[in-house]
Design a protein around this ligand. Structure first.
Ligand code: EPZ
Length: 417
């Protein structure tokens, strides 16, 4: 089993190009199932979640190629409408295929998505909304058997702005008969990217600031060419790497609006952030980050839950006490136990984590149990004295493209063995 070996306390300085957004490419690849001719998608990260998604598309009968960041999908001859358990369990977000498959084939059979490291991953909001669109869903023996004679537009009020449920319902509604109105929908930039992609394929989707998404059903979707948005969480992860090593980085491919709730947190920590045209961010960090009074994770445009772990790693050596409140997932502090092994001083009580900044972290053997928790261990290892060994790299490889190469290019002493 491979590990990352990090020798900490090397100041990062240089330039990193940020990858395309994992949480944008996944729903857009699912959406390509609905398109009846070729889609060409640029700026795609080569990560294992994308590889698994491509395996699902090929299983369904799509022709897929992936070369130089560009994925070409032709879904003309989709032959199947079911996804085997083995593939569904490889990736939690594979439930996103349900809405797309039902739009294309009217019926679908797939297994419940595996729970994942963040605790049970309920899909009640997905299923409630799909039933309102007329889908007959039979849940038995861990499978979802879904039938319809074609979906009917409906007014759906989400009790929580779930990203996945919003995406699934958009994908199910694009070819439904009539109009679907989603209220209290999620507003993440990745949702906007999916809507842009679908409208370029001939869908009729409108989005209002108040979180209402209106989808007028159309008969079919054609193909298109599209470039996905940059990965805002990868950008924040590299910013935390700079901050914990008193470093300064030039990050290319960063959309300032998409991290507007995060920049103030780094400025509160004493970092100087400058944005330049054509999506360039420069971060200069102080000798030691200052503490963050209070970080609450919220649906977009609030502070994103995915940024909680990497930013927490930065605060472990801050001057002062930082406080986190994790409002989105019930089990998203699993990285804390591993940070304690590196010498951090963190207390968790339910949704709240109190981080007392310590003068120094010390290298240790740690293991990752989820994607962003893995990222937090890399951030902490870069700021720890001595050698840190990180196992559980499958989690990192799900969402970060070339992270150790990018970091060693800017001065980190990090290698995969
Ligand atoms: C998406 O997950 C992202 N994944 C997550 O990123 C991200 O953390 C999350 O949105 C929140 O921003 C992808 O886009 C592939 P949710 P998703 O539905 O759709 C509860 C990463 O690290 N809920 O907005 O699963 C749920 O349990 C990943 O890149 C229900 O109760 O998130 C959670 O507590 C991790 N019932 C909350 O809502 C439902 O039917 C938010 O979940 C659906 C969700």
């Amino acid at each position: 089993m491979s590990k990352l070996i990090i020798e900490g306390l090397h100041r990062l300085e240089g330039e990193i190009k940020v990858q395309g957004a994992k949480n944008s490419i996944l729903p857009i690849l699912a959406a390509s199932i609905i398109c009846e001719d070729e889609c060409v998608i640029h700026g795609c990260p080569n990560i294992s979640d994308v590889q698994v998604t491509i395996k699902v598309l090929e299983h369904l009968g799509c022709k897929v190629s992936f070369c130089g960041g560009t994925i070409t999908v032709n879904s003309k001859n989709i032959s199947k409408n079911e996804i085997p358990q083995s593939l569904m369990r490889e990736m939690r977000s594979s439930i996103i295929f349900l809405g797309a498959l039902v739009s294309r084939k009217k019926s679908a059979k797939l297994s419940f998505p595996g729970g994942c490291e963040l605790g049970p991953r309920p899909i009640d909001l997905h299923l409630e909304g799909l039933r309102q669109l007329g889908l007959k869903i039979n849940e038995k023996h861990g499978f979802l058997e879904c039938e319809s004679l074609g979906l009917i537009g409906s007014n759906i009020a989400l009790s929580f702005p779930s990203v996945g449920a919003t995406e699934n319902l958009i994908l199910a509604a694009v070819k439904a008969k009539g109009v679907t109105v989603l209220t209290n929908a999620a507003k993440e930039p990745e949702i906007m990217d999916l809507i842009l992609f679908l409208n370029k394929c001939g869908a009729k989707i409108k989005y209002s600031e108040s979180g209402v998404i209106t989808i007028e059903g159309v008969n079919k979707l054609h193909g298109t060419e599209h470039k996905i948005i940059p990965d805002r969480i990868a950008a924040v992860t590299y910013m935390a790497c700079a901050a914990i090593t008193s470093g300064s980085l030039v990050l290319k491919n960063v959309v300032e609006d998409n991290i507007s709730s995060i920049i103030p947190i780094f400025e509160e920590a004493g970092c100087i952030i400058k944005m330049f045209c054509d999506n360039i961010l420069i971060i200069d960090s102080p000798e030691r980050p200052y503490y963050n009074r209070l970080i609450r994770t919220m649906p977009y445009p609030g502070f994103p839950t995915d940024a909680q772990a990497p930013v927490m790693a930065m605060t472990t050596i801050a001057d002062g006490t930082s406080m986190f409140v994790e409002n989105i997932f019930s089990n998203r502090y699993k990285h804390v136990g591993e940070l304690l092994r590196l010498g951090a001083d963190i207390k968790v009580e339910d949704k709240v984590a109190i981080v007392e900044g310590v003068k120094r972290l010390y290298g240790a053997e740690v293991s990752a149990s989820d994607l962003r928790g893995a990222a937090s261990l890399i951030v902490a290892g870069l700021g720890a004295e001595g050698i840190t060994k990180i196992s559980g790299l499958n989690h990192i490889d799900r969402g970060y493209e070339n992270i150790e190469k990018n970091l060693s290019n800017v001065g980190a002493v990090i290698r995969r063995v």
